[in-house]
Design a protein around this ligand. Structure first.
Ligand code: URA
Length: 448
């Protein structure tokens, strides 16, 4: 069977066998099958989909294209959280030290920002000296020693996915549910976890804008996790507006430290605590979500979570003074300019895609994988849907390093924030909990 025949079969709505997926991915990873053929296949999958057997086969092929983090000798539970990404989503930065401080081993592998979404690695790298490129051996030793590591996908982890994901990004084929599920789970299962929490973002700023797609993605990933002995729980959380106030790299570290100190924005705290509770229950360190949340609150209030973050920063070569005084030790922007409301009203929408793209225009995001980011730039968005605003109130602060980009950033804020007269109908912040047993509607709001 030639690659062209496989593409034809998928194009015409057929299925590829597990052996065909395995051989195709092995040859792709070895450079035998060219990008253009895999790109054509990805587009065929985009339109025709994949069944559960094919999705599993692709995931396994990508997982087996690399090595795994070997943590089986640890006696403590190993649980990670993965988010499908959004704007202002710094949950991982708070969550990893918080849950590690409670006794869970957290080998967290995150991604870089791309398109309108930010990336945990870029945010962490705004901490002077912080290294996210560790070898698998270094990562394993750090987890053994301090219970947590925050790294990127190394060359050794699922290399076939790494290549395939970059290709999908360049060929408008990222948004295919089976491809997303196989891609995410190939990396997560390589971490050698005993449990996994997925935060599937839904709404205007997520790549899953529709609820039914988010539920399908959740169910697909849960089925893969459970089949591989990794109990998996998914929370669906709202990405109709940015999470928290800070949107950028260094300023998101500052906001994460605020939360680790017991403060920070309510919505960010709520999503973090909801994920923490799930992780602690999966780790069997709490008998219920309520007890787990109480344990996480204690880790915040005692300062243990903040101290764990300091330990992680130190272990990965970063400057730990950031924890005590982020403003002095994180890169700061030369220009801070406040955007004020030109009319009174109630905020209807804060469009996350516009904010995300405007961060990229300021230099703080990536249009292409190889772009470098300016850690200091971004926005503080002071309003959210439902905020009542008077003329002259500060709605956002622009952090820029290049005066010529400021007016475009100001215009973007003007487009992103929409005013009206009535209170907008908001989707819940944490709307659904999905497990292998089914879907539970939660309706948790983050407004308090
Ligand atoms: N994140 C991934 O790692 N892979 C995808 O396909 C989409 C998001």
């Amino acid at each position: 069977m030639t690659v062209v025949e496989l593409i034809e079969r998928k194009r015409d709505g057929g299925v590829l066998s597990p052996e065909e997926w395995r051989a195709l991915m092995a040859q792709y990873a070895a450079g035998v099958v060219p990008d253009y053929q895999i790109a054509a296949l990805a587009m065929a999958v985009y339109f025709r989909g994949m069944d559960a057997v094919e999705t599993e086969a692709l995931m396994t092929a990508m997982l087996n294209s690399g090595r795994r983090l070997d943590l089986d000798h640890l006696t403590v539970p190993r649980v990670d959280k993965h988010s499908t990404g959004g704007v202002g989503d710094k949950v991982s930065i708070v969550l990893a030290p918080l849950v590690a401080a409670c006794g869970v081993a957290v080998p967290m592998m995150s991604g870089r920002g791309l398109g309108h979404t930010g990336g945990t690695l870029d945010k962490l790298e705004s901490i002077p000296g912080f290294r996210t490129r560790l070898t698998l051996e270094e990562a394993a030793r750090q987890v053994e020693r301090i219970g947590c590591v925050l790294i990127g996908q190394t060359d050794e982890i699922a290399p076939a996915d790494r290549r395939f994901y970059a290709l999908r990004d360049a060929t408008a084929t990222v948004e295919a549910i089976p491809l997303i599920a196989a891609s995410i789970m190939s990396k997560k299962l390589a971490e050698g976890l005993t449990g996994l929490v997925l935060d599937v973002k839904t709404g205007a700023g997520a790549f899953m804008t529709r609820l039914d797609d988010s539920l399908t993605l959740a169910a697909t990933m849960i089925a893969i996790g459970e089949r591989h002995g990794c109990p998996t729980v998914t929370l669906l959380t709202n990405m109709d507006s940015p999470l928290g106030v800070a949107c950028g790299n260094a300023i998101e570290i500052t906001e994460s430290i605020d939360v680790l100190r017991g403060g920070g924005p309510a919505d960010l705290r709520e999503v973090t605590m909801a994920c923490a509770a799930e992780m602690l229950v999966l780790a069997k360190l709490a008998p219920s979500l309520t007890a787990a949340r109480a344990r996480a609150v204690r880790a915040l209030e005692s300062g243990a979570a903040l101290e764990k973050f300091r330990e992680i920063i130190e272990a990965q070569g970063g400057d730990p003074r950031v924890v005590d005084d982020p403003e002095s030790y994180l890169p700061g922007a030369a220009i801070r300019s406040v955007v004020r409301a030109e009319r009174a009203g109630i905020v209807q929408r804060v469009e996350p895609r516009i904010i995300g793209r405007a961060i990229t225009a300021l230099g703080g995001g990536r249009a292409k994988v190889e772009d470098t980011v300016d850690p200091a730039v971004g926005f503080l968005v002071h309003v959210r849907p439902g905020t009542a605003v008077q003329v002259g109130d500060a709605v956002a602060t622009i952090l820029a390093n290049d005066a010529s980009r400021e007016s475009a950033a100001r215009a973007a804020i003007g487009r992103a924030i929409e005013f009206g007269e009535a209170l907008p109908l908001a989707r819940p912040l944490v709307s659904h909990r999905v497990t292998k047993e089914g879907v539970e509607e939660l309706g948790v709001s983050g407004a308090t």
